[in-house]
Design a protein around this ligand. Sequence first.
Ligand code: PRP
Length: 210
Amino acid sequence: MEMINIALPKGRLGEAVYARFKAAGYPCPAIEEENRKLIFENPAAGVRYFWVKPSDVAIYVERGAADIGVAGRDILLEYAPDVYELADLGLGKCRMCVAAKKDFRDDLDRTLRVATKFPHIAARYYSARSRQIDIIKLNGSIEIAPILGLSDVIVDIVETGKTLLENDLEPRETIVPISARLIANKVSYKFKHEQISRLCEKTAPAETIR
Ligand code: PRP
């Protein structure tokens, strides 16, 4: 039987996803040994796992280097990869928010400076509100931007809200709720249909399968 190639997001979310897959009958003992390897396989269970940067999962799946993968809805909304979204795994729940310094008051006559890792999501959100913005694309530690006066607001992921709180920022608007989605390469979905749909049924809550 051909193996399913699975791209997992490196980090906390990926660990939770692997635990779910393991419990569903797709274990891979090698992955649990602490080392720096990035590819692991268990031919008996028919799976090969790769750890990739969370924002790269969709690229591997879109181009067929992985048959399936797990990506946050934030990544899918930002990059709009040409993949099938099979189910909501209900893991990695958080929300995309606009946040600002507690004393920030928006002046509608001025262009709003928005710092974010998600320029497309931010642009779409403000364009739907006909709000003129200047996007400042950053790659991390977004919370620092309003503190240093680089931006007026940020568009970023909020999970517990601790990062905002500890940096004297507050959430102002929720743009969209986020969770981890199981995605599939379109060609793989056709040719490995049975294996992929079995894995999907075993790992995703039934009511979220599309
Ligand atoms: C995300 C996000 C916030 C933090 C929010 O960062 O950008 O900084 O998590 O979590 P909280 O509401 O529970 O405090 P991530 O850990 O993905 O790292 P990054 O800043 O490098 O993107």
